[in-house]
Write a protein that binds this ligand. Sequence first.
Ligand SMILES: NC(=O)c1ccc[n+]([C@@H]2O[C@H](COP(=O)([O-])OP(=O)(O)OC[C@H]3O[C@@H](n4cnc5c(N)ncnc54)[C@H](OP(=O)(O)O)[C@@H]3O)[C@@H](O)[C@H]2O)c1
Length: 283
Amino acid sequence: MLKILVTGATGNVGQEVLRLLQSQDCNVCAAVRNPNSAKQILGSNIQTVPFDFTNPDAFDRAFLQVNKLFLVRPPDLANIRLQIAPSLNAAKLAGVEHIVFLSILGAEHNRFLPHSKIERYINQLGIRATFLRASFFMQNLNTIHTEDIKVRGELLLPAGNGKTSFIDVRDVAAVAVRTLIEDGHQGKAYALTGAEALTYYEVADIFTSVLGKRVRYNPSLLNFVRQMRSKRLPIGFILVMVAIYTSARLGLAGKITPDTEQLLNRSPLTIRQYIEDYRQFWL
Ligand SMILES: NC(=O)c1ccc[n+]([C@@H]2O[C@H](COP(=O)([O-])OP(=O)(O)OC[C@H]3O[C@@H](n4cnc5c(N)ncnc54)[C@H](OP(=O)(O)O)[C@@H]3O)[C@@H](O)[C@H]2O)c1
């Protein structure tokens, strides 16, 4: 039976990938740093194996008899040569046949992005792969921005009036599962976006309408950095966030593609649907 190893298993996309793979005819294993805490998040019926990208001692066991790998780059790991490549070398040696890699929209245009480096490294190794180049996740709004929206009714981020083609991680995961299970996706790269591109003014209005309480968009860069610092977030993380929102401000995050719809045979989830489904996070 096909064995699929899922990395980033306790994260946004990995959790949903694992959930969807449960109903497929395959052997699924979650590669996790801490099996005990992972079981609390994932439930005890999910098979786990210890795995840390930065600890090669665990690679042989983790990749044993694995046919397919769902690869998520942890956001903290930016040195691809030292922190990601060793695990990919081990995957190759172990005979992994196909990698589905969670990449980022536009990775093919920016060689300095860690995702671009990983794509090229996988190609260099000669492992067949599918690159899922995803747009900005809606779920950032119920993780990084939850408190601002919940406590102050404020969507505070420096994206100006730029549009973003938000995608729901549930759609990213559904595409990932299809490309893992079905033949014909090797050697392909998909640009996964939602069906609409919205400004954060529009997103704030949808929050207001769905939650029944006023949510305002505040595009102040200074306030954003101050707020992030007050949460004691590392400066490197804050700078990455500023870079991401600046690219949206400059109009670089609004591209819409048909790939998600074609791969799911339905329209991508809308931001209104997402806010309705996740409303308890902000009330
Ligand atoms: N956010 C966006 O809008 C967006 C858009 C496109 C692409 N992406 C890309 O998506 C990826 C993140 O996906 P996500 O949001 O699903 O993940 P996430 O929620 O940030 O979770 C990160 C996962 O990585 C695991 N992890 C952290 N360090 C690890 C290590 N050293 N070894 C093994 N596992 C480790 C974490 O496990 P623990 O439970 O052990 O911490 C967790 O499961 C990033 O590469 C990001 O650039 C994000």
